[in-house]
Ligand binder design. Sequence first.
Ligand code: C5P
Length: 394
Amino acid sequence: MSSTSREVILGVGAGIAAYKSADLLRRLQERGYSVTVIPTPASLNFVGSATWEALSGRPAPTQVWENVHEVAHISLAQKAGYFIIAPATADLIARIAIGRADDLLTNLILASDVPKMLVPAMHPKMWNDPATQANIQTLRNRGFIVMDPDHGRLTGNDSGQGRFPETARIVENFDAMTGHKQDLRGKNVLITAGGTREAIDPVRFIGNKSSGKQGIALARAAQLRGANVHLIAANMDTSYLSGISITSVESARDMQAALNLEFTSTDILIMCAAVADARPVQKLTEKIKKAFFTSIELEANPDLLAELSVTKTNQVMVGFAAETSNHIESARSKLTGKGLDIIYVNDVSGGAIFGKDVTHGTILLRNGEEIALKEVSKDALSDVLLDHAIRQLG
Ligand code: C5P
């Protein structure tokens, strides 16, 4: 799977079924896909940009003339892992078949060679017209996945083949095209992410550089593989996630309380969060005056993983470590010391990895195996870690 494979372009053609694509967008997001909607200009007569932008949380441009400096028809095309065009109207299908590039969507389709799926919806007479059928054949010959429309009642009184298929069937076909595994269906995956903050006074805290990106990548990878995902998020933005249950926490002890609530029903726990090792003994309710802000007395935080491992039943436990020296040695002692099944150790010397989309490090397993990963995306690492966790689940 490429690092960008969860980036999907949802092209919306000018058919009445456009409103059904709002639900399709939601279902794709729930499966962990990041979706940019590119409507054709005429489709805005059915569903307006505001709907697409609100639901996707992203701009929904229609023309190459918007934000020209960003050269959107190339940058969006390069980012996309897959296209799904739903509904694909007779006119849009014809334009794609002859290679027109008269709006942003058709430009993107030409500028990208990733897998593309079309979900036609139109009146049966238009669907059965030899011109449409010839265009469909052309596109299938070029490798497009083209779904057959459903039979049944159409917008008017007539019926026949031309209906927009049920969303569940579209998603099933889309998953088949992307090859996403559903090997975590029914499993509960608990992930901690971000960095805890330990309050010194009402305005200051002890924190760390964790951005939460790796935890989000893990949550979305597990979601994409069918898991019920619960994310315990420490001090990070989760507003754009959907279909994932989220508990927002601040300190290590908040995180511990959230973990205790979820742990017994968990199949796989991934402790990706950077937990502060210590906290101020006193949390003051008044801001400390500058003149007195000279030293902070600390006490140790509980080791959340080590404490959970004592109560562990069948849970697979995965930890993270960030080291600047003796990576493998220290990680191996954390693997055993914290009762883990798997640990991933990042080499964070020089501040590397924090806030970035790529990581490099080593996965250590209990059987002594070591898997070194050089410059992988956080998405790709997530899938490799989940592969190992699933193996341990049996
Ligand atoms: O000990 P260190 O912080 O390097 O260990 C990293 C792993 O242990 C991470 O998975 C982190 O989430 C977890 N941890 C914990 N409780 C702490 C500190 C770290 O569970 N107090």
